[in-house]
Write a protein that binds this ligand. Structure first.
Ligand code: ATR
Length: 283
């Protein structure tokens, strides 16, 4: 019988994870089945236990269950602890092992796929929710010149910076609001807000030129065509633009490695998904 994996979320029907992991399994000659499971909003832990009882070997976890998965895990990787969220679970006997592969996925997309170094660069991270928190430690490990975290709710940005204050100096990691970005420019601007989901743009200062020459604008969301943030960057003259499709596939590759000990080649999978999404919304 094939080994069983799934992704839990709510909603989940849009998930590309089954397509990605099925492609990885074929590529790595692994006999596994991967499905998307809708967990009730108040029934995540029960859904996980039912899945384990049915023989499940591991799972991905997406919105809105990553913090709950963090609490459910009986053992955590260091990066899951730092992120305070879990996107990958492995069921080892009685243990529920939690990992977070989002930050590693973002870094691999930036460093390898997009050839965008972070060391010594000025980086701006927009947002201070779960998605932002998951990538702060991996970004800091790359030793940027500065990492500014801007959020509408400034106290949330301050709280997030506080969590990482021990690993970074005050001049390296600074919180703030959007108006304070006026007059500052960055080599890499990452949108980790959920604004794109609602077709909205974070309130960036329009005329202030936050994008340095040759900067990269990166939206952790993806969709057909430019997200509002990428459209804004393009209108500001930014030529290097990327959405979160590469990160999605790279975090999945890292999760596949966490489960199976094998690292799939993400390049053909990213290309296939890109071709599908350009073919239309149903693709
Ligand atoms: P996630 O897990 O996706 O990060 P979250 O924890 O609910 O979700 O956080 C959402 C983030 O997107 C927050 O940083 C939120 O900003 P506030 O804390 O100020 O609410 C940000 N966000 C959502 N919609 C936004 C918008 N239209 N403009 C700017 N920021 C937005």
């Amino acid at each position: 019988m094939s080994d069983l994996y799934c992704v839990f979320g709510n909603p989940i029907s849009h998930s590309k994870s089954p397509v990605i992991h099925t492609a990885f399994a074929r590529q790595c000659r692994q006999d596994l089945r991967y499905e998307a499971l809708l967990a009730p909003i108040d029934g995540f832990a029960a859904s996980v236990r039912t899945f384990i009882a049915a023989g499940g070997r591991g799972a991905n976890v997406t919105v809105p269950f990553k913090e709950e998965a963090f609490r459910l895990a009986t053992r955590l990787s260091v990066r899951a602890e730092l992120a305070a969220a879990v996107n990958s679970l492995r069921f080892d006997g009685a243990e529920i092992v939690g990992d977070n592969t989002d930050g590693a996925g973002l870094l691999r997309d930036l460093l390898v796929n997009l050839a965008c170094p972070i060391a010594g660069r000025r980086v701006l991270l927009l947002g201070a929710g779960g998605a932002a928190r998951g990538v702060v430690a991996p970004l800091l490990e790359q030793r940027p010149a500065t990492l500014v975290i801007a959020n509408r709710n400034v106290s949330r940005a301050q709280e997030l910076v506080q969590c990482f204050a021990a690993s970074a100096s005050a001049s390296l990691l600074c919180p703030g609001g959007y108006p304070e970005l006026a007059g500052q420019s960055f080599d890499l601007v990452i949108n980790a807000t959920s604004a794109s989901l609602a077709g909205a743009l974070p309130p960036l200062p329009a005329a202030a030129g936050i994008f340095a020459p040759a900067s990269l604008a990166y939206d952790m969301m993806y969709g057909k065509g430019d997200t509002p943030f990428l459209a804004f960057a393009r209108a500001q003259g930014v030529e290097r633009l990327a959405d979160g499709l590469g990160m999605l596939v790279e975090q999945a590759a890292e999760a596949f490695h966490f489960w199976r000990g094998l690292r799939p080649d993400s390049t053909p999978v990213i290309a296939a998904l890109r071709a599908r999404s350009e073919a239309g919304p149903a693709g």
